[in-house]
Design a binder for this molecule. Structure first.
Ligand SMILES: [Zn+2]
Ligand SMILES: [Zn+2]
Length: 354
């Protein structure tokens, strides 16, 4: 069976437009379709076999793959994926994803650089309908954010234990739904890829989010192994805001902050290999990873965590932003780790499940 490659490219453009994707992304598919129209069928077939389609004007890696798959008579993978975007309006798909979330894996309290006490954050998360929230205050080296020393983190674990006893009593008494405050950390990734907290403590925590906060501009040749080392650390569960970018309108002078440079295919392959979830950070200044990278992570088969990185109770409600972006990038609830209940989540972070 033969397919019309130009028609497949146009179908992709149509689905993306329907999903309100920015026009620059859509244009690439329409431009590629026009090139395919102009190119004799025999030449297309030859080039597809030889892998030289990208030499044609307007054909890039992604569009060339679409054409190649189309010429073999199969529905291009990309088309299959974007088709589902059209099944329902973006808002509805994102809402379904949001409704499936049972918790949030990345939040801060006033123990580090958050603005509110632990209890207030937890009660707000419960009021939002979450079954659990993970408290991930910063690690020691992030002194500007009052990162927690091992001693303070141990104290915090006691506080969390006490709060959980009260939440359990409230659930028992029927005055509130069952809720758990899970222990965690947003752990700095050192320049050599090691993590900024005692391994015994990391082992004790329910969830470890590992993030780069320093030397964001190091060359890709250094940043890639740095990130991969952190991802392959058996304590790491989530890779936090992977590019470290700030979008325009934020950062110094509102100019934003550029993305850190790393080999995304290598980093996401490591996440998939070591069962580490790629975080979709919902903070308005971060919106990290950018959509092209989130799509790559999805293609690499990574698990995804849709988190708020909330530093105040109201910010716990930002998850819908991440859900919208995730939905647009083909993230389905089954691969989102925080659609799991607390017990199942903990089986994953303890690597008791595949
Ligand atoms: Zn961070
Ligand atoms: Zn954070």
């Amino acid at each position: 069976m033969t397919r019309d490659a130009a028609a497949d490219l146009r179908s992709i453009a149509f689905c993306l437009e329907r999903a309100l994707e920015p026009s620059y992304r859509v244009r690439a598919f329409r431009t590629a379709a026009a090139t395919v129209d102009r190119t004799p069928a025999a030449e297309l077939a030859d080039r597809a076999r030889a892998g030289t389609l990208t030499e044609l004007p307007g054909l890039g890696k992604v569009t060339a793959t679409v054409v190649t798959e189309s010429l073999t008579g199969q529905e291009p993978v990309y088309l299959r994926r974007v088709r589902t975007l059209g099944d329902r309006p973006v808002a509805e798909g994102a809402a379904a994803l949001r409704a499936a979330l049972k918790g949030d894996l990345h939040t801060h309290s006033d123990w580090s650089d958050g603005g509110s006490p632990i209890e207030e954050m937890a009660r707000s998360a419960r009021a939002l309908g979450h079954e659990y929230v993970v408290l991930t205050d910063h690690s020691p080296r992030l002194t500007v954010a009052r990162g927690l020393s091992p001693e303070r983190l141990r104290q915090q674990l006691d506080v969390v234990r006490g709060l959980n006893e009260r939440f359990a009593e409230e659930a028992e008494a029927g005055t509130a739904p069952p809720f758990r405050l899970l222990t965690g950390i947003e752990c700095d990734i050192h320049e050599d890829g090691t993590l900024d907290q005692e391994p015994e403590l990391l082992a004790e925590l329910d969830v470890v989010v590992a993030s780069v906060h320093s030397k964001l501009r190091m060359p890709s040749a250094d940043m890639t192994p740095r990130m991969v080392a952190a991802i392959s650390n058996p304590h790491t569960d989530v890779l936090g805001h992977c590019t470290g970018r700030f979008v325009k309108g934020y950062g110094r002078g509102g100019k934003g902050r550029p993305e850190s440079e790393f080999e995304a295919e290598v980093v996401f392959a490591a996440c998939a290999r070591f069962g580490v979830a790629v975080e979709v950070n919902s903070r308005p200044e971060r919106l990290d990873p950018p959509k092209r990278l989130l799509r790559l992570a999805v293609e690499a088969g990574c698990r995804i965590a849709i988190d708020t990185d909330a530093h105040a109770p109201g910010q716990l409600d930002w998850q819908h932003v991440g859900c919208e972006r995730a939905h647009l990038c083909g993230v389905t609830p089954d691969r989102v780790v925080n659609t799991a209940g607390a017990d199942e989540l903990l089986r994953w972070t303890r690597r008791e499940t595949a």
